[in-house]
Design a protein around this ligand. Sequence first.
Ligand code: SF4
Length: 74
Amino acid sequence: MDAPRITVDHTRCVGNAQCVTLAPAVFRHNEAVQSEVVDPSAAPLELILKAARFCPTSAIRVESASGAVLFPAS
Ligand code: SF4
């Protein structure tokens, strides 16, 4: 499967590192202590979706490679 498209909304990210803890090969903190995506293919999709669900501010959006929205659910 092609890597999902993952984006982090920096107007929402509060830097609590939940996503970095759950999927450290995918997310890391930048200098502003906000999450950024380093490798969207570095973890199983289920783990990425879990990280998105656990984000306290719903800052993470996940789409399939073809652009279907996987999180948040509509
Ligand atoms: S879990 Fe959400 S708020 Fe926390 S660092 Fe990741 S994107 Fe930011």
